[in-house]
Each structure stands twice: as C-alpha cells, then as structure tokens.
Ligand binder design. Structure first.
Ligand SMILES: [Zn+2]
Length: 191
C-alpha cells in the first residue's frame, strides 16, 4: 500500500481530518489525526494491521507489546496475524508498567506496536519497561509517525505513514487569514 492509500483509509475512518484546528497547545493546524476513530472501524484496523504485519514478517520475534489504550487493539491484531503472543503496558501511579499477570522473560524478543507517535513518549516508556526485564527489542511498528521521521527510538522503526503536520501561531496562521472557521478537535491527541 502507498502512503496515499493509508491516508485514504484513515480518512474513511474519520481519523484524518482537514480543516482549521485549534490545538491544546494554542497553535493552529490544517490537519488533525483523531486516532480513536481508527479502532472504531474494525475492518480498517484489520487492513492497517495486515499491512503493518507484512513489514515485520521477516523480523524474528516472540511477543507483540503495546501501550494502553490506543495501541492495544492494533498490537493484538498484529500478534494474531503473525501468530505471536500479545501483552500490553499501562500507567500505574503514572508509571508505565507491564500489566500485572502478563509474563515477559529476558530471552524473549519483542515487537512494539503503537498507533500514532508525535514525541514518542509512550513508546520510550515501553522501551524502558522491556529493557528493565532484559528482553530484546526487534522493532517498532507504527500506524503514523507524525514527527516527520524526527523521533529516533534507536531500534528498527517502520511506520505505515510518515507525516509532518505543520502547526502555526495564531498570528501566523494562513487559515485565519482566509477566515476559515476554527474547530476544536474532539479527543486529546497530545502524544
Ligand atoms: Zn488559524
């Protein structure tokens, strides 16, 4: 699939929005990714995850791990397609931890799957969890890298789509100059 095809799948989900958005940072942008919309469409999840699985079919690993919440559905789907074990991490007292009850041993090889990365915060925290146990990280699969490829995790990283979404200060915003009405995106997308 081309990046354009991935974009239109995200548009079909209602996850890739074009307009004039007021971000929580106070900046404005023309595009916005409402990532929760992806998992609202199980058929699209299947399409995207089958594409993501292809990218890692020749990478050896035992376990797929994803951060809660958004990554869980995607990681689970990739694990199912490739016939691997699946576990997830979640924040407990603000600290990313492997969910109680899951097992990860130092001799296991791990693939990290996440939906969207902007600064990569959650993925870096997952990397720390895995390193603490001593398991090997074999790769990181993403639906969208919104950093435009600037985030470097130090491991093989394959996004389905790389984007560098421009944001503007209100006074410099070309959409404001065109008097296009503004909208506040629905869910938090600060990661
Ligand atoms: Zn504006």
């Amino acid at each position: 699939m081309t990046e354009q095809e991935i974009k239109s799948i995200l548009s079909d989900c209602g996850a890739f929005l074009k307009g004039h958005f007021l971000l929580t940072s106070g900046r404005h942008s023309e595009y916005y990714i409402e990532k929760i919309k992806i998992i609202q469409n199980p058929d699209k999840v299947q399409l995207l995850c089958s594409e993501l699985s292809k990218k890692f079919s020749d990478v050896g690993f035992d376990v797929v791990i994803s951060p809660a919440m958004g990554g869980i559905v995607l990681g689970y789907e990739v694990a199912k397609i490739l016939g691997k074990k699946f576990i997830f991490t979640q924040r407990e007292n603000n600290k990313m931890t492997i969910r109680n009850g899951f097992e990860l041993s130092p001799n296991e090889e791990v693939l990290i799957i996440e939906d969207i990365v902007t600064t990569g915060g959650s993925v870096f925290e997952v990397i720390d969890c895995i390193k603490k146990i001593g398991a090997q990280i074999m790769g990181i699969g993403l639906i969208v890298d919104r950093s435009g490829g600037k985030v470097d995790f130090g491991f093989l990283t394959k996004p389905l789509l790389t984007m560098d979404i421009k944001t503007y200060l209100p006074e410099d915003c070309p959409l404001c100059k065109k008097n296009i009405p503004t909208a506040k995106p629905g869910s938090s997308n600060k990661r």
